[in-house]
Design a binder for this molecule. Structure first.
Ligand code: ITT
Length: 196
């Protein structure tokens, strides 16, 4: 059966499609049903993920998946965190956000540039589901001084993965999907949905 993907982020939607290719889950982006974006008023990733999934389920009458994700930077006490999409202001572009991050870290030395991507993913059977399925993926890296690579979206060009010796925007999409916070979370969710 159909599941609504409660996201308007084209980078995320593309990665979901890549990750779900060949699975038996039919996931349709909320734009197909004209679901309006809901304001992300939560103070945690999980709260925002639930708000988005509930909104999509409410508007469509179908089960929904939402991904609330972001970048936590150690030297910034975890910022931009849940505000990653709007770090440089409401409606800011990926480029604006990334430049603001580089500026905030311009005096931070290499050994203090640790960061991680977080992805909180929830599945709700319906809008009033009292027990949303909740999974989490984390991806460790460091923040570069200058952007590198053209793949991915958001902060990928400044997120360096030591194990791969490159930025996440320099990884082939299938490699990013295998390693990323989103890839890890979605694998867990697929396993969970198969078991129930
Ligand atoms: P939806 O709520 O409609 O899904 P959004 O972009 O507002 O879209 P979030 O509130 O979850 O989604 O914000 C996530 C932000 O975190 C995203 O805009 C990027 O800036 C960043 N981000 C998340 N995952 C990322 C990834 O895999 N690569 C690069 N940046 C990422």
């Amino acid at each position: 059966h159909k599941i609504i993907l409660a996201s308007s982020n084209t980078g995320k939607v593309r990665e979901f499609n890549e990750l779900l290719e060949g699975s038996n889950l039919e996931v349709v982006p909320q734009s197909v049903y004209g679901v309006p974006d809901i304001e992300e008023t939560g103070l945690t990733f999980v709260e925002n993920a639930i708000l988005k999934a509930r909104n999509a389920a409410q508007h469509t009458g179908l089960p929904a998946i939402a991904d609330d994700s972001g970048l936590e930077v150690d030297a910034l006490d975890g910022a931009p965190g849940i505000y990653s999409a709007r770090y440089a202001g409401e409606g800011a572009s990926d480029e604006d956000n990334l430049l603001k991050l580089l500026d905030a870290l311009k005096n931070t030395p290499d050994n203090e540039r640790g960061a991680r991507f977080q992805c909180l993913m929830v599945y709700m059977r319906h809008a009033a589901d009292p027990t949303p399925r909740i999974v989490q993926g984390t991806w460790e890296g460091t923040i570069l001084h200058t952007p590198r690579g053209d793949n991915g979206f958001g902060y990928d060009p400044v997120f360096y993965i030591p194990e791969q010796s490159c930025s996440s925007a320099e990884l082939a999409p299938e490699v990013k999907n295998r390693l990323s916070h989103r890839g890890q979370a979605l694998q867990q969710l697929i396993t969970l949905l198969r078991a129930t």
